[in-house]
Design a protein around this ligand. Structure first.
Ligand code: HEM
Length: 507
């Protein structure tokens, strides 16, 4: 039984409930429902992280086959849009490029890349624009790339000499993977710092630090996605490892920059800028404000880290996959050797003019970049709420364009799982960021500024290796049996080093 007092309470409750129902029904307008991209089911805390294997580009390709070219995943607590088609990539990096001009950063990249004072992770804005123009106009212009011709020639000649030595002395297999890493490092080092570092003395430390920085930049730090687990990084020693590498590399860079400043480089006397290296150019900008842009020492250090992290592993990986595919496909190797040897017609030295005529060589490099895009992901951040292909994307969403999967998309390529360089002969698709089905160097404002530098090294080295030697697998193994398992990282390279037996070609 209710008491009088209880009855009054009940009527209050009834009136209040009716009032709330009325408000909801007639006055409250819920926010319009968002049209989100399709998403696979997710777990609390982890989001979709449990659906990703170490070869993340392959896991994301499989998920995209089910959920489509735009899908929304959650990496822990981070909403992440996965882009897997040329049309969707064009929306992000052309139509709405300005909204997506920022790159995600992390505590690791902030420490190693001088708190965004480099180019690759600097927030989009005036500072980034000035640094990018230093890259494009001062360090990596076509004229500058040509001026490094003798560096490429000398370093490739050393590579050829090493292979010839192995052929004549032992006829043992050549570790091509290792040789490509040395070649790419040495060419970049000489262009950047005017000298190279060997595996002896303080060179050893420098090479170790380069490897360490590249490895750490590629590592995903769990605390970025699942903040409640960030303690793992401290306990596992990961944070300490990053701090140590950042400090030691900084000390190294400080020493060489100070050395260059103390030496008082006078660039005015250098002919056509031919022997200017990146450090010369950057210290001149720093000291004399020579191009009307002012930079500090951290900017120089950030730029140099970008050059080493962005320019070495990427280049050696392309060479490694190109040679892998040539050895796997003897007919393609044969056709390339006929082209190169035919154009040289008995001549030993390859010139830039010779390379220009090597259409099949260029097609092989394009096909390598399609089939084994060395950097699998292009990353961005949405700086405001935006609609992409009818879907609502919230500000702050991380964007991952799966460039590797786009190179194998059957909507864009016939027989995408076959290595067929011929597809690029008489087919005007290029990799410079205008054809969205092929983006090994990215596109839009954040496109790679090192394309010409990298291509010059790759074309020259590959042409020399197939001109001067014939290649086969050790122990008479057939090319088609060559193991092509991938090793995950910021660049995707071979899990096992590429070993091959060379025979000197008699001209
Ligand atoms: C085969 C060799 C190379 C490949 C495959 C490659 C690939 C890439 C890719 C995919 C990006 C991201 C682009 C985007 O997000 O749209 C990038 C950015 C960049 N690359 Fe390269 N790269 C190579 C060589 C080089 C070289 C030789 C240098 C310098 C010497 C370099 C310097 C940079 C820099 C500074 C950025 C950042 C650009 C920005 O954020 O504005 N890269 N590269």
């Amino acid at each position: 039984m209710f008491s009088f007092h209880q009855e009054i309470d009940l009527s209050y409750v009834m009136i209040t409930l009716f009032f709330l129902w009325f408000l909801k029904k007639f006055l409250y307008r819920p926010a319009a429902k968002k049209n989100l991209p399709p998403s696979p089911p997710k777990l609390p805390i982890l989001g979709n992280l449990h659906q990703l294997s170490a070869l993340t580009h392959r896991s994301l390709q499989s998920l995209a086959k089910k959920y489509g070219p735009l899908m929304l995943l959650h990496f822990g607590n981070k909403p992440t849009l996965i882009v897997s088609s040329a049309d969707a990539a064009k929306e992000i990096m052309k139509t709405r490029d300005l909204i997506f001009a920022n790159k995600p950063d992390s505590s690791v990249t902030r420490l190693l890349m001088y708190n965004g004072k480099d180019v690759a992770v600097a927030p989009y804005g005036e500072y980034w624009r000035q640094l990018k123009s230093i890259f494009v106009l001062q360090l990596l212009s076509n004229k500058r790339v040509q001026s490094f011709h003798s560096i490429r020639e000398e370093e490739t000649a050393l590579l050829v000499k090493k292979v010839s030595g192995l052929v004549s002395e032992t006829s043992s297999p050549v570790n091509l993977s290792e040789m490509f890493v040395s070649l790419a490092n040495d060419v970049v080092c000489r262009a950047a710092l005017g000298r190279k570092y060997s595996e002896e003395g303080n060179g050893k430390k420098f090479l170790y630090l380069l490897r360490e920085i590249s490895e750490l930049v590629a590592k995903v730090s769990v605390g970025e996605f699942i903040p409640c687990l960030s303690w793992i990084e401290r306990v596992s020693g990961f944070k300490a490892r990053v701090n140590k590498a950042a400090k030691e590399f900084d000390e190294f860079l400080e020493e060489i920059i100070q050395g260059s400043l103390d030496a008082g480089q006078d660039l005015s006397g250098k002919e056509n800028g031919s022997s200017e290296n990146f450090l010369d150019i950057l210290t001149a900008i720093y000291k004399e404000n020579s191009i009307g842009i002012s930079i500090d020492k951290d900017s120089i250090k950030g730029i140099l880290v970008d050059v080493f992290v962005g320019g070495t592993d990427t280049t050696s990986t392309v060479l490694e996959w190109a040679m892998t595919e040539l050895i796997r496909h003897p007919k393609i190797m044969n056709r390339l050797q006929n082209e190169v040897r035919g154009i040289l017609n008995g001549k030993q030295n390859i010139t830039d003019a010779d390379l220009e005529k090597m259409y099949f060589l260029k097609a092989i490099i394009k096909e390598t970049l399609r089939y084994h895009s060395s950097i699998p992901f292009l990353t961005r951040i949405a700086s405001q709420d935006v609609q992409i292909m009818g879907y609502d994307i919230a500000a702050g969403t991380m964007i991952i364009t799966n460039n590797w999967a786009m190179g194998r998309d059957p909507e864009s390529w016939e027989e995408p799982e076959k290595f067929q360089p011929e597809r690029f002969l008489n087919y005007p698709i290029d990799f410079r960021g205008l054809d969205f089905q092929l983006l090994p160097f990215g596109a839009g404002r954040r496109r790679c500024p090192g394309i010409s530098f990298a291509m010059a090294t790759i074309e020259f080295a590959l042409a020399n290796l197939v001109q001067k030697f014939d290649w086969k697998l050790p122990n008479g193994d057939k090319g088609e049996n060559l193991d092509i398992t991938e090793h995950p990282g910021i660049t995707i390279h071979r899990k096992k080093p590429l070993l091959a037996v060379a025979t000197q070609y008699c001209f």
